[in-house]
Design a protein around this ligand. Structure first.
Ligand code: FES
Length: 110
């Protein structure tokens, strides 16, 4: 439908939608948790934070919880490198996020 409306080929639309993570083929959860996985954040525990998020939510990057409340995504730099690990919950940016702090943030979402 998008290709028809914009007069692009289906392949062009598919390429853009699958390349950029902000485009989705299915609706996102009510809130999106984005965990930075770029180098500065990885050097201070972003990988462990992502693993913790997966254990707590039951979903990995690009997935949505069964109740539709939360989508978890990875992002490569939120511009908050000095305060890593950085996460974004909805529109709000958070720095120096520990697993305990992430649990608190997730508690607010749920
Ligand atoms: S590397 Fe994580 S905010 Fe820049």
């Amino acid at each position: 439908m998008i290709a028809d409306v914009l007069n692009f080929s289906v392949a062009e639309v598919h390429g853009v939608v699958t390349f950029y993570r902000d485009f989705r083929r299915e609706p996102a959860g009510r809130t999106t948790l984005r965990i930075c996985q770029a180098e500065a954040c990885r050097s201070v525990g972003a990988e462990e934070l992502a693993a913790h998020a997966k254990r707590r939510t039951g979903v990995g990057f690009g997935e949505t919880t069964y109740d539709g409340k939360l989508t978890v995504d990875e992002v490569f730099c939120l511009g908050n490198c000095a305060l890593g690990p950085a996460v974004q919950v909805g529109e709000k940016l958070h720095g120096r996020v520990t697993p305990a702090r992430l649990d608190a943030l997730l508690g607010e979402v749920r």
